[in-house]
Design a protein around this ligand. Structure first.
Ligand SMILES: Cc1cc2nc3c(=O)[nH]c(=O)nc-3n(C[C@H](O)[C@H](O)[C@H](O)COP(=O)(O)OP(=O)(O)OC[C@H]3O[C@@H](n4cnc5c(N)ncnc54)[C@H](O)[C@@H]3O)c2cc1C
Length: 428
């Protein structure tokens, strides 16, 4: 069994595939009686050890689709295994949409909100903030319904809990009326991006920068609401996608890796990034294709630290002569109240560091992580990091409250694996 990137390989004894909450409940009860553990996956799009198990492995691939649409309150209840792509299309049939999304739509809804999956836009929160109601099977072998109107604290505790409290089987998400986005992207020197970012952040619903460290340039992407008619992606977009996301980019990475000619290839690559604009419905405009496999680490920092941390990253890359054709992705997210959300109580900037799968990512990621840690960074739960309990307790004010609550809902550790133990327990 492997995750999307292939960096996580494990051998579960059993695969569980429940088709209903009741069936999931009886599976959990059996495991409790036999003192066995379960790890659940969405679609395996995380890099951390969240999914790994040599015991039982559970997925909800047969629990997909909408259960209820409340058009008046703009609420959709869906089965927790529903993939984001399907969820987006089904919601669109009811003229509803999520206010924000990340850059792919292959994840399951439960997997996405359980790790705090986010897009970009300083006035917009992570996907987990759309949760209004959850049905879950807890580690005590019970079905628990959490209604955010009656128990917002519990929903805030469980909303980002990466399958450590229970198996979520249904979720109700707050939607907004379907909308179109005008997407604009272009390349420029990073110096210009830095001069303009504050104004762009205020003037655009979404701002994202892909910083290419070898050539010190960025690809800027801005998205805004529009009433314009949807357009077919331009030829330039197709070329840009091929360069940045598909086989040509893969080819360039292999070449760069073998010949160590990063500078020349980075310059070559920049030429392919034209100025492109297209319009589409939001659920189609947000996702891109990410066919090339890579390692990723992403850290959240207070937004006011953006420039300081960026300059440190840049200086460190130069000092250590780290070579990569992959960009550092820079996104902005509004703060929230979810206990384990990396954006907990702070408007945030996210820096995502990438490395080609065949490169040794560790020296690069370790250096970047050192900088993030020094500034109070919080890692994305689904993306590679090496933090353990002691690091996390210092950056999450609700860390101990969460651990206490988690053990009440999972007193026998049915959901625990080595990775989760390293997060929740001090090393002896
Ligand atoms: C190419 C790529 C692009 C990405 N882009 C973004 C992005 O733009 N923004 C961003 O923030 N992240 C992004 N991610 C990260 C990704 O969104 C998260 O790692 C997400 O958790 C993956 O969802 P999944 O369905 O694959 O869940 P998995 O990775 O399989 O699981 C994630 C966690 O959720 C838990 N879980 C899954 N289902 C359930 C359930 N039913 N009940 C309880 N717990 C459950 C799992 O146990 C695990 O702990 C990207 C990842 C990849 C590989």
């Amino acid at each position: 069994m492997k995750n999307w990137a292939g960096n996580l390989v494990f051998h579960p004894k059993k695969i569980l595939n429940p088709k209903s909450t009741e069936e999931a409940l009886s599976m959990v009860k059996e495991h409790l009686a036999a003192k066995k553990t379960i790890r659940m996956r969405g679609t395996g799009h995380s890099w951390t050890g969240l999914n790994a198990t040599d015991d039982s492995f559970l997925h909800l691939d047969d629990m997909q689709g909408l259960i209820d649409v409340n058009a008046t309150d703009q609420l959709i209840t869906a089965k927790a295994g529903t993939k984001l792509a399907l969820f987006g299309e089904e919601a669109f049939k009811h003229q509803l949409a999520l206010p924000n999304q990340g850059d792919i739509n292959h994840q399951s809804i439960a997997g996405a909100f359980s790790t705090g999956t986010h897009g970009t836009g300083i006035t917009l929160q992570s996907m987990s903030n759309q949760l209004r109601n959850i049905t879950m099977v807890t580690g005590t072998g019970e079905i628990l319904n959490i209604d955010g109107r009656k128990n917002s604290d519990l929903l805030n505790a469980v909303g980002v809990s990466f399958g450590s409290v229970g198996l979520i089987t249904e979720a109700t998400l707050k939607m907004i009326p379907a909308y179109k986005l005008k997407v604009e992207s272009f390349a420029e020197n990073m110096k210009v991006s830095l001069e303009k970012y504050k104004a762009r952040l205020q003037d655009n619903r979404h701002l994202e920068m892909f910083y290419f460290p070898v050539g010190d340039w960025s690809m800027v992407k801005m998205m805004n609401l529009t009433e314009e008619k949807e357009s077919a992606p331009s030829k330039l977009k197709e070329v840009g996608d091929i360069v940045l996301e598909n086989w040509l980019f893969e080819g360039l990475n292999i070449l760069a890796h073998k010949t160590n000619s990063y500078k020349g290839l980075d310059t070559f690559m920049r030429k392919f990034v034209g100025h492109e604009v297209f319009v589409d419905w939001s659920h189609r405009a947000f996702p891109s294709s990410r066919n090339i496999r890579f390692m990723e680490m992403e850290y959240n920092l207070p937004v006011e630290k953006f420039e300081e941390v960026f300059e440190e990253l840049k200086a460190s890359i130069k000092k250590h002569d780290f070579q990569t054709l992959f960009p550092i992705e820079i996104r902005f997210v509004k703060g929230d109240e979810l206990w384990l959300s990396p954006a907990h109580k702070r408007d945030s900037v996210y820096f995502a560091i990438h490395s080609y799968i065949q490169q040794d990512f560790k020296p690069y990621f370790d250096e970047m992580q050192r900088i993030f840690k020094r500034h109070g960074g919080r890692p994305h739960w689904g993306k590679w990091h090496s933090l353990t309990h002691d690091d996390l307790e210092s950056v999450y004010p609700k860390w101990h409250d969460f651990i206490k609550l988690r053990s009440e809902f999972d007193p026998h550790g049915v959901w625990l694996n080595d990775h989760l133990r390293s997060l929740f327990y001090k090393r002896k």
